[in-house]
Design a protein around this ligand. Structure first.
Ligand SMILES: [Zn+2]
Length: 338
């Protein structure tokens, strides 16, 4: 099964750029950014020791801090983006939607942050034979005017790169910021044709969950605390839940894999996709997530293919792109059945 899943062409719809580099690639990035013979690199290598498999949750989250340091310059961000794309391609991911919050610091404005990521996507998609889209993220813990700048940039750049910038991600600490405050700016993005992928129901906040469902979205990130009627609504509206098994279990929003809502979604035949969230932070790959689903819920090979085809349907891709992706998956299945 594992071998079948490794070779299976996969679709990744929920991946944060800064969380998607595995520790080996972070080391590679640090070597590029600092140079191997520097004391900065030696200091980083010492910090890497604690990120071995089995690291505690707050140690896992420290990787975000590390990535933010390493991507604080244009060169660092360029290398990180390329390594992330390379790592997904290595796992036979043929289509990925990357999310990232444009940051401004002394080296970069939010515009140059997005320009840099876009430049790498343009350059590397063919090189690694993978289709890459970009969803600029709104971090709900930041002020609304930052979100306004991000959406204005996304709207402007999507007119230039309509094949790459296809939507907006709404994410960040779910205990910070009020969803209501972001509704006007999210509406603006939607009115300009950008799709909305929103982290929703990550924590038990029924009022906000209701507001978000009423507002609507194209895809729902996690959906851990949706009620039975919430799931019903998602099914009626054909809104898929982006299920990130390892991320949910490791970050403790789901008690254990056995009670993950993927099971309910499958039983209810409700829309769902399997994603990694932060493959580097949580030491996983999309292959690992599929394997975990087969081990935990008895998914068969054909159910894994069906889940992948479902992901194609919910991707923010054009009809032609979806057709190409489906053909690739179909031809893999045919080869396997010979
Ligand atoms: Zn996420």
């Amino acid at each position: 099964m594992l071998q079948f899943l490794r070779g299976m062409p996969k679709i990744e719809l929920h991946a944060h750029l800064n969380g998607s580099l595995n520790i080996g690639s972070i080391r590679e990035l640090a070597a590029k950014v600092y140079g191997v013979q520097t004391k900065e690199f030696s200091a980083l290598c010492e910090r890497f020791i604690k990120f071995e498999k089995g690291a505690k949750l707050d140690e896992c989250f420290e990787k975000f801090g590390l990535m933010h340091e390493l991507t604080a310059t244009k060169e660092g961000l360029e290398s990180a983006t390329e390594l992330v794309i390379r790592d997904f391609a290595k796992d036979n991911v043929i289509y990925v939607e990357l999310r990232t919050t444009p940051k401004s610091n002394e080296n970069m404005s939010r515009r140059s942050y997005l320009d840099t990521v876009l430049g790498v996507i343009r350059k590397t998609s063919d090189l690694y034979n993978i289709k890459v889209k970009l969803l600029p993220s709104i971090n709900r813990a930041e002020p609304v005017d930052v979100a306004e700048e991000t959406v204005a940039l996304a709207v402007e750049l999507s007119a230039i790169e309509p094949d790459i910038i296809v939507g907006i991600d709404f994410s960040g600490n779910p205990n910070q910021g009020k969803f209501k405050d972001f509704m006007p700016v999210l509406n603006k993005a939607r009115n300009h044709g950008l799709k909305l992928a929103m982290h929703c129901a990550e924590v038990d906040n029924p009022l906000e969950i209701r507001e978000m469902l009423r507002f609507g979205m194209s895809r729902c990130g996690h959906g851990t605390y949706l009620s039975a009627s919430g799931f019903e609504y998602m099914k009626e509206e054909n809104i898929p839940i982006e299920c990130c098994l390892t991320s949910n279990v490791k970050s403790g929003t789901v008690a254990n894999i056995g009670v993950h809502h993927l099971k309910q979604l499958m039983e209810a035949d409700a829309p769902k996709v399997l994603c990694t969230d932060d493959s580097g932070v949580f030491d996983t790959t999309l292959t690992d997530e599929f394997f975990l689903a087969t081990e935990s819920f008895g998914l068969t090979r054909s159910q894994c293919i069906a889940l992948t085809m479902e992901a194609v349907e919910h991707a923010f891709a054009t009809r032609e792109e979806k057709l190409m992706l489906k053909m690739q998956i179909y031809s893999y299945t045919r080869r396997q059945n010979k």
